[in-house]
Design a binder for this molecule. Sequence first.
Ligand code: MLT
Length: 328
Amino acid sequence: MKRLLVLAAAAAALFSAQAQTFPGSKPITFVVPFAAGGPTDRVARDLAEAMRKSMGGGANFVVENVNGAGGTIGANKVAKATPDGHTLLLHHIGMASAPSLYRKLQYKPVEDFEYLGMINEVPMTLIGKPQFVANTYRDLENTIRTDAAKLNIAHAGLGSASHLCGLMWQAAVNAKEPMTTIPFGGTAPAMNALVGGQVDMMCDQTTNTTGQIEAGRVKAYAVTTAKPLTSALLKDLPTLQQMGLKNFNLTIWHGLYAPKGTPPAVLAQLNTALKLALKDPDFIKKQEGLGAVVVNDKRVDPAAHKAFVVAEISKLKPVIEAAGKFAD
Ligand code: MLT
């Protein structure tokens, strides 16, 4: 018994020593599993600035874009990273969609990560290239119902939010055949192709589409959330439920993760810094200005975060299987 107590005291001292030295001079890397300039990257860069402040300015943050395979390459990199708190994953609903889309996923979304807390929720918008034949959502739906196979939809890889939205929407409108899908390393390059007219349409997060819609560089048709958006620019966009797609309700969420085995004291430090950062007025203003909603303290709790993702994995499985798309 005495030996056990000595061991426990030594471990506590080690962990608290690590916490006292964390983060030290080494930067904290946010791995973003999509290309720079997209919605996930946007959340990461804004959050890095807010966490740098909430950690007293002593911590340096870098954002590393590791894209490909719908975000699974970047997620796997963090799952296999040294668990010292210096390599974190900032990811979205893809954490929950990948297990139903990849039969040979290189990591386990629940077991291979420490959950640091949720960050925000972001609506999605259905948008088209400037020259797209459809002007209203009704036009769009009628076009897809008859000519889906002749049209294409861009996304950020199997399991990405844009891919998931496209799947769910095509299933909901009972498109007779699937649209041609065109994958990119993220929805930033996909947006460039859409604005340039190289692809026909896309479903993407308002953090990436608001500016393009405002500038008139894309056509906007509908939002994916159950409730209409409140922003002056997007409040008149119909929801897909208002357009007759019963129960269609898709919101993209982002969370922060560390590799399994990261010392508890370091996790606690990061979670405290995250909680504080999400209260940063500048971070909240940036997020809300793009239609995102920053989560409250309850959802930054690691146990609540993990329980939410576990529930999302189960919720998305039948949705994805119903849309009948798989990838090895
Ligand atoms: C997605 O479609 O999953 C994201 O928008 C990808 C990205 O952040 O570029």
